[in-house]
Design a protein around this ligand. Structure first.
Ligand SMILES: Nc1nc2c(ncn2[C@@H]2O[C@@H]3COP(=O)(O)O[C@H]4[C@@H](O)[C@H](n5cnc6c(=O)[nH]c(N)nc65)O[C@@H]4COP(=O)(O)O[C@H]3[C@H]2O)c(=O)[nH]1
Length: 718
């Protein structure tokens, strides 16, 4: 028995095959997803779409062949054939995923899939339940099997190639592959059909089951719809994955930027202290394991401060960048350089280095630093003092840097612009910095710090107007250690923040207890430059004020001139935020740095403290007196209050008073005293005595017709 092909249905079967191939390729691309669960889901969805496509292509193809008998389809066998089709597709996609691992596996898989496609054809045909049964031309069937295997193999290979493509090329390759695969699948079907021989008296026993026309149309439309849904899902997922990948890349880039910022000095781009310490520990571990030596060099610039002060921070910054470039240019394999402070750099050199080699390296650094540099219109020349220490000869990785630092000081004492190698005798004269660093940590844990308070009094009548909190350290071994000694060490070893915030809390606690006693005494706390640059400074100040429930107006923060004069927007913002909180801002050590008057006008500070050095010289050096006078005028024109520091003698009081200075602080009135001393002062005796001194001075001044304080004036004893 022979049938006839309906060209429309043949086209429809081709359409189904091409559409299913396209969609299956779409979905199958996703089976390489990095998430194994998602990859499994995509594999089964792809198999479902491909299986349904192959299966429906067979059915539509069979319907396209109109036999001269009434036909129908058995529901159970129809469903079974669909199940087998999906299973075969699962197998084909698994082969596609694993083909990288072996070509033999690819060939075996392709044959199995090819065989599966032929079996699906057979099952689909069986659903018609033809009696007597059909027979197959084995040769043609074998050719169909080979074509099916080739289609399966080509699909796997195309899938592999497509992984490396994107955009338009991917679209084109996918379109061509879908057409080739679709045509191939149809070819398999029609080859199978041509291999099928129907007996002349053949009849379909399933002719009363499912109507073939409806079944065909439903399957074709359903399959095309189904495959398009799959494609849309795959497209959506691909977009999501692309976006997720982009986000992940951006996150990674942001992370590495953050990491870089945490480990590098923003000005020079060199590694910072934390980074250097880690590199030093690693290098020390290598030397311990493999032997050899490590040279550590401490580089401190000579003459940098005057450049900064006179020519401004921007020129100072350029000088530092230039020195950093020169140090970096001299690096060799196994060397590292870092900036660890304002004008301090450290370097380490790994390998079998000896004292002589380290000395040569130090000389190179000294030479590099002392070359003149052109910054804008200025030709600038600085020099460097370099200290050298060796690991493990001079100590472990914690100590070797301190030794290099000590040697650097020796180089400074030797006249600067030179280098020295560390020797144990160098420790003799100077403080044991490392020991002190450990002792400071212990002091913080053991509460060995106390605050003393030095009064600030009104120049006019000697009334107490506030106090400055000054830290004192009662070290069980060293006795009372001056802040001038331990604060620089704390700054160098990153302990100043802990000390600074301890002082802040302690001072706020004191304000509260005085507030409870009925005294509103403003307390000024020194903020170190490092503490000022802490990103959470404002929050910590606010937290202290809230914790002790104090009037923020009673807390003053003293910030050194050099810090507030950094005209960066972050400094301005912090100052504005502190002011907005109600805290008083005071510019400390005024006159010792480089001040930009235009910037000073815009500062939200309320108080300006004239540095002690001007007050000391005021009586006998005319220039110092002129500076004090000018600073007082300037501050008043900016509506700032002026405090003169370090007032020790009555002559100074009189001069300052005559110049209109508002507040006076110094040993003349009181040394820094424990809180109880301030309380005694508040309760009467000492204040009255000091006020009496000021009044007596004022009387003498009024009696004198001249300007200021006559040198011969006999004063009340100080
Ligand atoms: N010769 C002389 N000296 C006078 C006179 N009146 C006051 N002084 C001293 O001058 C220093 C004033 O503090 P400073 O300039 O802020 O200088 C302070 C300040 O920069 C720092 N410091 C003290 N306490 C703290 C603190 O809690 N945190 C921070 N960051 N620094 C602190 O240590 C520096 C030294 O503090 P001290 O030794 O307490 O020294 C104090 C004080 O005792 C005087 O009439 N004559």
């Amino acid at each position: 028995m022979m049938g006839q092909y309906d060209p429309l249905l043949v086209m429809l079967s081709l359409m189904v095959a091409v559409t299913a191939s396209w969609s299956a390729l779409d979905l199958s691309q996703r089976i390489h997803s990095t998430d194994p669960r998602a990859a499994r889901i995509w594999l089964f969805s792809g198999a479902l779409v491909l299986g349904t496509g192959i299966w429906s292509m067979h059915f539509v193809g069979m319907l396209a062949y109109a036999l001269p008998m009434q036909t129908g389809f058995d529901l159970l066998i129809t469903v079974q054939s669909w199940g087998v089709s999906v299973l075969v597709s699962v197998l084909s996609l698994i082969c596609a995923r694993r083909m990288r691992r072996s070509l033999a596996l690819l060939a075996a898989g392709a044959l199995a899939v090819g065989g599966g496609i032929v079996v699906i054809f057979h099952l689909a045909l069986s659903a018609m339940r033809i009696e007597p049964g059909v027979v197959y031309d084995e040769h043609r069937l074998f050719i169909a099997l080979l074509v099916a295997a080739a289609v399966a193999g080509a699909t796997s290979a195309a899938l592999r190639r497509m992984r490396a493509l994107e955009g338009r090329t991917l679209f084109l390759v996918k379109a061509v592959t879908s057409v080739v695969v679709g045509v191939g699948l149809c070819a398999v079907h029609y080859l199978c059909m041509s291999a099928t021989v129907f007996a002349p008296e053949a009849a379909s026993l399933a002719r009363h089951d499912i109507d073939p026309t409806w079944l065909g149309l439903t399957i074709a439309v359903g399959a095309i719809g189904f495959t398009w849904i799959g494609s849309v899902a795959a497209l959506f997922d691909a977009r999501m994955e692309h976006r997720t990948r982009q986000l992940a890349m951006r996150l990674k880039a942001a992370n590495s930027e953050l990491m870089h910022a945490a480990l590098h000095d923003p000005l020079t781009g060199l590694p910072n202290r934390v980074n250097f310490d880690a590199a030093l520990s690693e290098a020390a571990a290598r030397v311990r394991a493999q032997g050899g030596r490590l040279a550590v060099l401490f580089v401190d610039l000579d003459g940098f401060k005057p450049v900064n002060d006179v020519l401004g921070h921007h020129v100072g910054d350029e000088v530092l960048k230039c020195v950093a470039r020169r140090l970096r240019a001299g690096l060799r394999d196994g060397d590292a350089v870092a900036r660890i402070g304002g004008d301090e750099f450290v370097m380490m050199s790994e390998g079998a280095i000896d004292q002589e080699g380290a000395g040569r390296l130090a000389q190179r650094l000294v030479d590099a630093a002392s070359q003149p540099m052109q910054i804008g219109t200025h030709e600038i020349q600085v020099s460097a003092s370099v200290g050298v220490a060796l690991f493990p000869d001079d100590g472990d990785e914690n100590r070797v840097l301190v030794c290099a630092d000590t040697a650097m000081y020796a180089a400074k004492h030797a006249g600067r612009n030179t280098w020295r190698v560390y020797a144990a005798e160098m420790d003799g004269g100077g403080p044991d910095i490392l020991g002190m660093q450990r002792a400071i940590r212990r002091a913080l844990d053991n509460d060995e710090f106390v605050l003393h308070y030095q009064p600030k009094v009104a120049a006019l009548d000697g009334a107490l107007r506030g106090v400055e909190a000054l830290i004192r350290w009662q070290d069980p071994e060293r006795g009372v250690v001056s802040p001038g000694e331990f604060i620089p060490v704390a700054e160098r070893f990153g302990l100043i923040n802990a000390i600074g915030f301890w002082t802040l809390r302690e001072a706020c606690g004191q304000i509260r207890s005085w507030q409870h006693a009925g005294w509103r005494i403003p307390v000024a706390v020194n903020l170190s430059p490092q503490q000022f640059r802490q990103p959470d400074l404002v929050e910590r100040v606010r937290a202290c004020i809230d914790e002790f429930d104090i009037d923020p107006g009673l807390l003053a923060l003293e910030i050194t001139e050099s810090v507030v004069m950094e005209s960066s927007s972050s400094v301005r913002r912090v100052l504005e935020e502190l002011k907005a909180m109600g805290v008083t801002l005071s510019i400390d050590d005024f006159g010792t740095g480089y001040s930009c008057l235009a910037y000073l006008c815009r500062l939200p500070a309320r108080q300006l403290k004239i540095d002690r050095t001007f007050v000391i010289d005021m009586d006998h050096v005319a220039e110092a007196r002129h500076v004090v006078e000018a600073v007082i005028r300037l501050a008043h024109s900016l509506r700032m209050e002026v405090v003169a520091e370090g007032v020790e003698r009555p002559e100074q009081v009189l001069t300052l008073r005559s110049l209109g200075c508002d507040l006076i602080q110094g040993y003349y009135f009181s040394r820094p005293v424990p809180a109880a001393g301030i309380e005694a002062l508040m309760q009467g005796d000492q204040l009255t005595e000091q006020s009496a001194r000021v009044h007596a001075l004022a009387e003498r001044l009024r009696a004198d017709s001249g300007y200021g304080c006559p040198p011969a004036l006999e004063l009340v004893a100080g």
